[in-house]
Design a protein around this ligand. Structure first.
Ligand code: PMP
Ligand code: GLN
Length: 386
């Protein structure tokens, strides 16, 4: 008998491979390409933020924090949400600090989704949602955003609701398309969900990246949505520290209670000095208040350069992503085009097909413009050949 035999394992996620973000970042590194694929800044955060974290470590704030998060950080989040969106969440019972938005989203899904429940996702969507729902035993119901504009189609959303629908996942500002839901969109969603018992998981990680003077329409602004929503955000996006993996969830107390039951068994707590540093740093609203202007400027530099190519620019109302239609520059499919672009022109991008379950190919790829101006200029010089 072979005692070293590993028992056969039937995968729970047969459709999941290595994420496109990892694949494209590896290819970009191998080919020495400018990496405009995976979404992360190539510049450092504010030194005041690292100083605040260093200070917390030096002061010995290095043991487990409270399970729900450091009180000062929960209070700072509650104050920010109230100031920006007009809804007061109780830091003690309605705000939880998470290990980034990724853990917040899977935790919310595990808290509410039971085997057999249906969960609506709007495609294209961020790649963790579908496996998260499947791990919870839920059935994924894919509703397409309108092809071409990526606007929500409320007729299709309403038609997808059934007595088995447990939740809907919404993401605005939207990765990958850069569209932003309007007040009218939020009111429509509120109206459609009003007669249902459907929960909302609102992925608002790009809340501080909405351009052209438009507001971010957080679910927190809409009582009928807020009452059923887990609102998720990420300090990684807002403060240029994607590697720190700290985020939060705001949800009514009854939802937060269930959320925390899962949270305490899947991470228990989130690292202490980062939380103290973030709490100190949040006392000044300027960094997030000024973020739209900071990224709008980069968006405009990047769009101006791309406008000189045959790539067709899609609108970017928010996020740090710019999508382009490639049909005038190439016959390749999106994934092959991204590989070709990385290898031959030295600029990495992400195919939108990676955000669809069936790999739908509409000849659109996504660039990340959260980069130093010089990085954007190098990329634009290379893309000028198109
Ligand atoms: N949701 C969306 C739409 C994202 O783009 C990201 C960024 N990777 C996340 C969630 C995850 O955020 P975090 O890095 O805080 O886990
Ligand atoms: N949110 C980022 C993106 O969409 C990074 C995702 C990741 O690396 N998993 O590119």
């Amino acid at each position: 008998m072979n005692i070293e035999r590993t028992p056969p394992l039937q995968t729970k996620l047969p459709a999941v491979g290595t994420t496109i973000f990892t694949v494209m970042s590896a290819l970009a590194a191998e080919k020495n390409a400018v990496n405009l694929g995976q979404g992360f800044p190539d510049f450092d955060c504010d030194p005041k933020l690292t100083a605040a974290v260093t200070n917390a470590m030096a002061k010995g704030l290095n043991q487990y924090p409270p399970m729900t998060g450091v009180p000062a950080l929960r209070e700072a989040v509650a104050a920010k949400v109230e100031a920006l969106y007009g809804r007061r969440y109780d830091p003690a019972s309605e705000i939880t600090i998470t290990a980034g938005a990724t853990q917040a989203i899977i935790t919310a899904i595990l808290a509410v989704v039971r085997p057999g429940d249906e969960v609506i996702v709007l495609e294209p969507c961020y790649d963790s949602y579908v496996p998260n729902i499947e791990l919870a035993g839920g059935t994924v119901v894919r509703v397409p955003l309108t092809p071409g504009t990526f606007r929500p189609d409320f007729g299709k959303i309403a038609a997808a609701l059934t007595p088995r629908t447990r939740a809907i996942v919404v993401n605005s500002p939207h990765n990958p398309s850069g569209t932003v839901w309007s007040r009218a969109d939020m009111l429509k969603l509120q109206e459609i969900l009003a007669p249902t018992d459907v929960f909302a998981i609102s992925d608002e990680v790009y809340e501080h990246m909405v351009f052209d003077g438009q507001p971010h329409e957080s679910m927190a602004r809409y009582p009928g949505l807020a009452a059923r929503a887990f609102i998720v955000s990420s300090f990684g996006k807002t403060y240029h520290v994607t590697g720190w993996k700290v985020g939060y969830v705001a949800a009514p107390a009854v939802l937060t209670t269930e959320f925390r039951k899962v949270h305490q068994t899947n991470v228990f707590t989130v690292n202490t000095p980062m939380q103290h540093g973030l709490a100190t740093y949040m006392a000044d609203p300027a960094p997030y208040v000024e973020l739209p202007a900071f990224y709008q400027r980069k968006r405009d530099i990047f769009r101006e350069g791309l406008a000189r190519t045959r790539l067709r620019l899609l609108p970017t109302e928010g996020t740090y992503f710019q999508s382009v239609d490639i049909s005038q520059v190439s016959d390749k499919n999106e994934a092959d085009f991204c590989k070709w672009l990385t290898t031959e022109l030295g600029v990495a991008a992400i195919p939108l097909s990676a955000f669809y379950g069936d790999g739908f190919d509409q000849r659109v790829v996504r660039f990340c413009f959260a980069k130093k101006d010089e990085t954007l200029r190098t990329a634009l010089d290379r893309l000028a050949k198109l």
